[in-house]
Design a protein around this ligand. Structure first.
Ligand code: ADP
Ligand code: ASP
Ligand code: MG
Length: 841
């Protein structure tokens, strides 16, 4: 694949215009709208600035938060003449007057007069727009920049009231820019000259400047583009030969991702200019993409800092490349569309890509990303969604002949696209970064529409559907260990095993977060009657109380939708019910990308058609795991899978799969009647409430079917030859009667025991399966030295006879029942899934 990325230029030759030695003592500070939202915040800003002993201090300010938006809306409202604008104009005026009054005390009068005049002028302008019926581009430029004119005046007046003299510089008086294809370029010569003239009249060592605004080469008022005050900060930093540029905002610095989308994002203490450019270009709103250019040209370090935590140093952006981790940050740009140009006619035809760009450039469509298949059969560009019609139209015109001749098959657009980019200097020469990104996205079910890698190898960007963007961002963030791998978890059926699982989760959650980079977030619990859903997370130690207090009637479809949170990369449902109805949902859940972990045997041993549907539903690595269905926490299913996956052949599987029956026959030595043992076992909690559910052998048959299917055999429970230990005449009676009348069977059990004993053998309830699919479950006599004859208590045992383990079978043995060990088996399955998702378990 040949790929490239289009982006704004990053360096300009300011050195020529500003040829002075560094170490001037000037520091440039830029404050964003969030730092200037109201009088109180402006006071905080002033305190920080007065508290510094910068030899020279140039403070570049944004408009008060939200004011630029409000001004733009005001201009449009006036042009529509819908009557709303007067109200909005008043609100904006009042907001500034209030701030001035709160900040300026005695001095407020003159500032209020000044504000009143400016707002009157604004009203005149708006009237004119109302008459014109459309906001002329020039008027819009002028109006949208007024917020900075107002705020800089208020900030300067407030700073001046305290003895230190601050000069106020209206950036429109000195900054001259040109609007070019790739952004706003500074006319350094003119700007430096004008500034030098201004400095003659204003020699103060502290200056407040309006950000965002400028003039073009025709002396018309203009702006640097939305969010452009950061760029102003860097431009004035360069014009004043500043030693440092500090951009003050409302976060601790540049974070590894947008904190509104990835709350776990971490602060990046160091970034290279290039990394910062890439992150900004790909949507990290914290810095305007063009900010770096003036800083790079003069090698001025840029600090991104938090106004509300001035004690922190924030992020330092400099020429130093730090390659401590391959990927530093991840960002996304929403609101895009893909334009795809396809056709065999492009193959080997030079200049097609140039024509595509030429046409788009002529139509003033900016291209965020392009990617071309190595087959040259298609070119894909990503553009702003709002420009997509213009783009398609421009390309239709450009390629009108090729389309008519069929050399190009189609030019089509896909809306609702976002671009996600991973950025880091350390990616250069680190193999596997792209593979990890693609794997991570695939595992969280995100479909990649187009890929581009910057020639610098400092970024890889992918176009994805906007609906997937939040999930993709979090998945990638976790995939590169920038935040823990998060799995949204829902537990169905908090019975004994479910409760034990939740207790284990409560116990190890923190530990896994710290050591394994794994965040298991319990977000839903459902019993058969009620369910509890939480958007954030349910503390596993609190689920019970909260389910009782806040539960709503169980609806498993709604439950699954909730677990499959779009903003979390992965989802898993732990089904600890013993319900076939729940298993009915599996195929759909898995198809939707929810991993399933369960000790419920119904899916594995229920109707074959359903089992196959569940298996078939598993795409992009969604897992269905059920180790705990056989032998509780013992690694039986996994062992079988490993044998098969490594190419071994199963000859037979034999085992004791019922803890209850193991216990009964371990104890049955003829001294106590069989029925008494059953009663005792029931009292000790070793049997089902109705012991016939153990004695009938069905449960063992189910486990055998699960193993058989794992081997690829198409088996149903009905195919297993099962010997039930429940006497025929006691199968239909009720539970109490059964327990009372089980004595009737004692004689027959005693006889079987005596016969076996006479032959030097032991009675054991054994399951057997061979490669031909013959399956038998029942009571057998085993030699005294057989492995199955020496089990402890409720131990399970399974013996795999395989081609490799022919003479000496592979044996797995241990406790095969009990909520704790079963839950541990479930947990181990979940961790195995987490490992495939990139957790360090
Ligand atoms: P200001 O008003 O100071 O210019 P902005 O709102 O323009 O502030 O930018 C700061 C905001 O950028 C933060 O509050 C944060 O929500 C957002 N943001 C997006 N991506 C990032 C990132 N990678 N690191 C830090 N902040 C980010
Ligand atoms: N006030 C302008 C805007 O909102 C510039 C800025 O704040 O950076 O876009
Ligand atoms: Mg900003």
């Amino acid at each position: 694949m040949s790929v490239s990325v289009v982006k704004n230029p990053t360096s300009e030759s300011v050195d020529a215009a500003l040829n002075k030695p560094s170490g001037s003592g000037w520091i440039a500070h830029k404050f964003g709208g969030s730092s200037l939202a109201n009088a109180e915040r402006i006071r905080t800003v002033a305190d920080i600035m007065r508290g510094r002993n910068d030899a020279g201090q140039v403070i570049v300010v944004s408009a008060m938060q939200g004011v630029t938006d409000a001004l733009i809306e005001l201009a449009h409202a006036a042009a529509r003449n819908d009557g709303y604008w007067r109200h909005a104009w008043n609100a904006l005026k009042k907001r500034h007057e209030d701030a001035a009054r709160a900040l300026l005390g005695a001095q407020a009068r003159s500032e209020q007069d000044w504000l009143a005049e400016r707002f009157a002028e604004l009203a005149d302008l708006l009237h004119a727009l109302a008459l014109l019926g459309s906001p002329a581009a020039e008027a819009l430029e002028l109006i949208q920049g007024l917020g900075e004119i107002f705020s800089s005046r208020i900030v300067a007046a407030h700073l001046n009231a305290n003895g230190i003299e601050y000069a106020l510089l209206d950036a429109r008086d000195v900054l001259v820019v040109r609007h070019e294809d790739l952004g706003v370029a500074v006319d350094w010569d003119q700007s430096a000259t004008k500034l030098a003239e201004w400095r003659v009249r204003h020699p103060q060592m502290r200056v407040v400047v309006s950000g965002f605004v400028a003039r073009d080469v025709h002396n018309r008022i203009t702006t640097l583009g939305r969010n452009g005050s950061d760029y102003s900060g860097a431009i004035f930093g360069a014009l004043f030969h500043a030693d440092e540029i500090h951009i003050w905002t409302d976060v601790d610095g540049v974070l590894s991702a947008d904190p509104r989308l990835v709350p776990e994002a971490v602060l990046l203490p160091q970034l290279s200019y290039h990394e910062a450019c890439e992150l900004a270009y790909f949507g990290a709103k914290v810095i305007h993409p063009q900010t770096m250019a003036p800083a790079i040209a003069r090698n001025i370090p840029v600090y991104i800092r938090n106004t509300f935590r001035p004690e922190l140093t924030g992020t330092c952006i400099s020429s130093k490349a730090s390659i401590d981790s391959a990927v530093k940050g991840i960002s996304t740009i929403p609101g895009l569309a893909i334009v795809n140009i396809e056709g065999a006619g492009m193959i080997g035809v030079p200049g097609t890509a140039q024509r595509v760009f030429g046409a788009l450039r002529a139509a003033k469509v900016s291209v965020v990303m392009i990617s071309q298949g190595s087959s040259e059969h298609s070119i894909c560009c990503v553009v702003q969604e709002k420009q997509v019609d213009i783009a398609v139209h421009a390309l239709d015109e450009e390629f009108i002949h090729e389309l008519a001749r069929g050399q190009l098959q189609s030019i089509n657009a896909t809306p609702s696209i976002s671009v996600l980019a991973i950025v880091g200097d350390g990616m250069t020469g680190t193999p596997g970064v792209a593979a990890r990104l693609f794997g991570t996205l695939a595992r969280s079910g995100v479909n990649i529409r187009a890929i581009a890698q910057g020639a610098s190898e400092r970024n890889i960007s992918v176009a994805i559907e906007s609906g997937d963007a939040a999930r993709a961002l979090r998945a990638a963030h976790a995939g590169f260990y920038l935040s823990p791998q998060t799995i949204s978890i829902g537990v169905v059926g908090p019975g004994q095993v479910g409760r034990a699982f939740l207790a284990q989760l409560a116990q190890v959650r923190e530990h896994l977060l710290r050591t394994a980079n794994l965040d298991l977030r319990l977000r839903a619990v459902a019993s058969s009657a009620s369910m509890l859903l939480d958007d954030a997370s349910i503390l596993p130690q609190e689920w019970r109380e909260r389910l009782d207090a806040q539960g709503t009637p169980t609806d498993l479809t709604h439950f699954a939708d909730h677990v499959l949170a779009n903003h979390l990369p992965h989802a898993a449902i732990i089904d600890c019910s013993a319900s076939s109805d729940v298993a009915e949902h599996y195929a759909r859940w898995i198809g939707a990308g929810i991993h399933i972990v369960t000790p419920n045997k119904h899916a594995g041993s229920g109707p074959l058609a359903r089992y196959k549907a569940i298996r078939a539903a598993s795409s992009h690595g969604t897992r269905f795991r059920y180790e705990a269905t056989v032998g509780a926490g013992l690694p039986i299913v996994q062992t079988l899978r490993d044998l098969l996956d490594t190419g071994d052949e199963i000859i037979s599987i034999e085992g004791i799969f019922s803890g209850t029956l193991a216990y009964l026959f371990n104890r049955f030595d003829g001294s106590v009647p069989f029925s008494t043992l059953v009663q005792e076992a029931r009292a000790a909690g070793y049997t089902e409430p109705d012991p016939r559910d153990d004695l009938n052998g069905r449960d063992v048959a189910r486990k055998l079917v699960i193993l058989a299917r794992e081997m690829g055999l198409q088996m149903e429970v009905a195919d297993v030859d099962v010997e039930s230990l429940v006497p025929a005449e006691l199968r239909e009676v009720d539970g109490t009667e059964f327990l009372e009348r089980l004595v009737e069977a004692d004689e027959s059990f005693a006889t079987r025991f005596a016969t076996a004993q006479a032959a030097g053998k032991k009675l054991r309830y054994v399951a057997r399966l061979n490669a031909a699919g013959q399956a038998h479950v029942g009571l057998v006599e085993l030699p005294d030295d057989h492995a199955f004859a020496h089990l402890r208590l409720t131990d399970n045992i399974v013996q795999f006879t395989t081609r490799r383990y022919r003479d000496n079978p592979l044996v797995v043995q241990g406790p095969g029942a009990g909520p704790d060990v079963t839950a541990a088996g479930v947990f181990a399955d979940l961790l195995r899934i987490a490992a495939t998702l990139g957790a360090r378990v």
